[in-house]
Design a protein around this ligand. Structure first.
Ligand code: ZN
Length: 426
């Protein structure tokens, strides 16, 4: 697709008010996307609003670490009033961990576009401070509004600046207020039918191993469901197949960086910083071991340093692949540095080269294998009584039960930004 030539983000069109919003939700609910959906209706916005996911590893994110950006035409003063009023009304301001930020810009020239896109590239992959965001806002003459500690200005600015070389869409359906807190009701068969008819152009609808429905996350009110796909047409088609068994207040389609690996950067191990998102190439230097809680960990080395890599318990059967790695294997790993400073949380791996594995077995005599005469004492034949030393052992190659190529965590454990392998085949 020659998107580069035909696609100019609606965010950057002329004579509009550019709006960025982030961090309005709390563990108890709300979703910044809902505020975007309300504003989309209210402001007469053009183009799709954008849902921009940012670094999933940073510790103070509320839930999915998603910010939104949209644009509107009209009286700037009225637009600002309307946005701020809506944020104040719907954001969970009473929660101290909810720190909304709202950013307005009336003009975006080439230079400022670049500054904001560079800021986005950093925010999606590393850690950024509020002070840095405020500096950037000042330099591009953006108007910022902070609520509580206002950390949301980081995401609001980044969402506004994101230039997406790859993008996906999400159709989000919202529940009516009377159903908040209740179990989400959907015809299960319709979800499987939708998946059958639209996958892989839509993705992560269900988890094939557990049969779990992933489009209707638990909690997360007011979100009823979210369908992710490669085009507007496919998420609309998918929505038409679904049969919700409760009233839907509204639906909204977002342009997003979900499922694009936008957060990952090729790095050297020695250059890793806390909360980085990275792609590393190296050699396995310790066999994987299972630790308490069902996590599997091994150590990886490149010429610059060493790092522990982990497949955590929720990644399920992905751990079975990791357990098969052996010292000497060459692999590429994709993931983020989480709360343990030196551990990379694996999202997917590529096996580049498998080390050959050998075992030493007793030689044969009288038509059958000799038995061990004791540790380090060689072998003996039970039939004729012949004895042989340790050096008579036969070296046999152990077949590696692994193949070259990519392996990924199951959909239920996938991060919003991680590209499903099925999309890489596009
Ligand atoms: Zn014998």
């Amino acid at each position: 697709m020659c998107e580069r030539f035909i696609y100019e983000s609606p965010i950057f069109s002329k004579n509009k008010m550019f709006i960025g919003i982030d961090d309005t939700d709390s563990e108890k609910g709300m979703c910044t996307t809902y505020i975007a959906a309300l504003l989309y209706e209210k402001l007469g916005t053009t183009g799709y609003p954008r849902l921009i996911r940012l670094n999933p590893n940073i510790p103070y994110k509320t839930r999915g670490n998603g910010a939104i950006a949209l644009n509107a035409k009209g009286n700037p003063k009225k637009i600002k009033e309307s946005v701020l009023e809506t944020v104040k009304k719907y954001a969970h301001l009473q929660n101290k961990k909810t720190n909304p930020g709202v950013v307005f810009m009336e003009d975006l020239n080439q230079k400022n576009k670049k500054i904001l896109n560079d800021f986005y590239q950093k925010t999606v992959s590393e850690i950024v401070t509020i002070e840095e965001a405020e500096e950037i806002a000042k330099s591009v003459k953006a108007e910022i509004h902070k609520f509580n500690n206002g950390r949301g200005v980081i995401g609001a600015l980044a969402a506004m600046g994101a230039r997406l070389s790859d993008k996906t869409y999400e159709l989000i359906a919202y529940r009516t207020r009377k159903d908040y807190g209740k179990q989400k009701k959907i015809d299960r068969n319709s979800v499987f039918e939708m998946n059958e008819k639209t996958y892989p152009e839509t993705f992560d609808n269900i988890d094939p191993d557990t049969g779990q429905i992933l489009i209707t996350p638990h909690g997360y009110d007011p979100v009823f469901c979210g369908i992710r796909g490669n085009s507007v047409e496919i998420v609309k088609k998918a929505w038409r197949i679904l049969k919700p068994l409760e009233k839907i207040e509204r639906i909204q389609i977002f342009e997003t960086n979900q499922g694009t690996d936008a957060h990952l950067r090729k790095k050297k191990i020695s250059g890793l910083e806390p909360y980085d998102c990275a792609i590393l190439v190296g050699k396995v230097i310790s066999n994987p071991k299972s630790i308490e809680g069902g996590h599997v960990i091994f150590r990886l080395s490149d010429k610059s340093g060493e790092v522990d890599c982990a497949a955590y318990e929720p990644t399920g059967e992905f751990r079975d692949i990791i357990r098969k790695l052996r010292v000497g294997d060459h692999i590429e790993v994709y993931g983020g540095i989480g709360k343990y400073p030196t551990t990379l949380n694996l999202e997917k791996i590529q096996i580049l080269k498998l080390e050959r594995a050998y075992e030493r077995i007793p030689p044969e005599c009288c038509g059958r294998r000799m038995t061990s005469a004791g540790k380090g004492k060689g072998f003996k034949c039970k039939r004729c009584g012949k004895k042989l030393g340790e050096d008579a052992a036969v070296v046999k190659e152990i077949p590696r039960d692994l193949e070259f190529g990519f392996y990924e965590v199951p959909p239920r454990a996938r991060r919003h930004l991680s590209m499903p392998l099925i999309r890489t085949k596009k």
